[in-house]
Write a protein that binds this ligand. Structure first.
Ligand code: X2X
Length: 353
């Protein structure tokens, strides 16, 4: 009897019928999680990915985007755990929201670490980015592409912030991730940890004075100029987005579809990043959108905001030096948590940019 079974198994192996392809049945719906709403660069990038996948797989792979943290009841710092458990199949996620579980991702939240987009790209596509992908891979999460939320600029309802002294005592909402609390404390502000799901109401009700988020990524789509008419362009951190899939889900997809999905991820992130950077870089993002035959509503975000009565502040180089100096202890402390090797690799990537 046992021998017969063995023979059957061997025959199946020989014909390839026990290969993973047999176990691969497609789910009627794959869930993709994102933290903000559909009209952000982030939300648009997620939808683009879902659309490209549906189109290019002839409707065989159906990804539904769950906006506004619906899959994890707004608890954004739980997203990584829920992806690992399979509550979400895919995510488009900010490095910030995963950094409580993956301390290495705090690399991107080191204050004043990335001088410009060239440095950011050098790190995400360089050795440091590769190590992060490898690390997440070991945790059962596959990175399919890198997108961007953006440089996180400071906005508030109280006064223009041009130098560290101006931040003193301001209540600033931040993600509940310890490096942000450290940074705003070092700058003399009063940080308040809060989920994004509650933040916009908290701004409207004046529960906090300020917040930090990207201009095109979040500030404009969520009309934050209406509550925070002072905007400081200080580029203090930048959060990339990771387009990811649970490795078990990935292995459950047939090889030909995986290739199509991987390419759709790369293409969707080119689009997403261009939307996030439109009008904020040297013109490359708008050129990319034109090539794709796409447009964004606001092509000059800072000019648009000034037209809305926003006071857009670019700190002087002396003030920037003062911000950098005030946050030196934060960088020193967090280098160790992130890992000296990874920070050094990122510095080498930046230097090669
Ligand atoms: O909560 C935020 O500030 C947001 C939307 O930018 C993130 O999810 C990191």
């Amino acid at each position: 009897m046992q021998l017969t079974c063995l023979a059957v198994v061997l025959a199946l192996v020989a014909t390839g019928l026990t290969s993973p392809a047999v176990a691969q049945s497609l789910k009627p719906e794959y869930k993709l999680s994102v933290v903000p709403g559909p009209n952000t660069a982030w939300g648009m990038g997620a939808q683009r990915f879902a659309d490209l996948v549906r189109e290019r797989t002839g409707g065989r792979v159906n990804i539904k985007v769950y906006y506004s943290g619906q899959l994890f009841a707004g608890q954004q710092t739980n997203e990584f755990l829920l992806l690992r458990r399979g509550v979400a199949d895919f995510t488009l996620s900010s490095t910030i929201n995963w950094s409580p579980q993956v301390p290495q991702l705090n690399l991107f939240s080191l204050p004043f670490f990335f001088a410009d987009y060239t440095e950011v790209d050098a790190v995400t596509s360089g050795e440091a980015g590769r190590r992060i992908e490898e690390l997440l891979g070991k945790l059962g999460v596959r990175v399919l592409g890198w997108g961007e939320n953006g440089y996180r600029e400071l906005s508030n309802s109280v006064r223009p912030v041009a130098r560290p002294e101006d931040l003193r005592g301001l209540k600033v909402r931040a993600v509940g991730s310890p490096i942000f609390i450290d940074t705003f404390q070092a700058l003399g502000a009063n940080p308040v940890a809060m989920n994004w799901s509650e933040a916009v109401t908290a701004f409207q009700q004046g529960i906090v004075d300020g917040q930090e988020n990207p201009v095109t990524g979040i500030y404009i789509p969520h009309r934050l100029w209406e509550v925070h008419p002072n905007l400081t362009i200080w580029h203090y951190t930048l959060d990339p987005l990771l387009l990811t899939v649970n490795e078990r889900v990935w292995q459950g997809l047939p090889e030909d579809l995986r290739q199509v999905i991987a390419q759709a991820a790369v293409d969707a992130m080119v689009y997403e990043k261009a939307v996030a950077r439109a009008g904020l870089d040297d013109g490359a993002a708008l050129a990319t959108l034109a090539e794709l035959g796409e447009q964004v509503e606001v092509t000059d975000p800072l000019g648009f905001l000034e037209g809305q009565g926003v006071q857009v502040i670019s700190p002087t180089s002396e003030a920037m030096e003062a911000f950098r100096k005030a946050t030196e202890p934060v960088r020193a402390k967090w280098r160790a948590t992130i890992g000296e090797d990874l920070v050094t690799a990122a510095e080498a990537d930046k230097a090669s940019a």
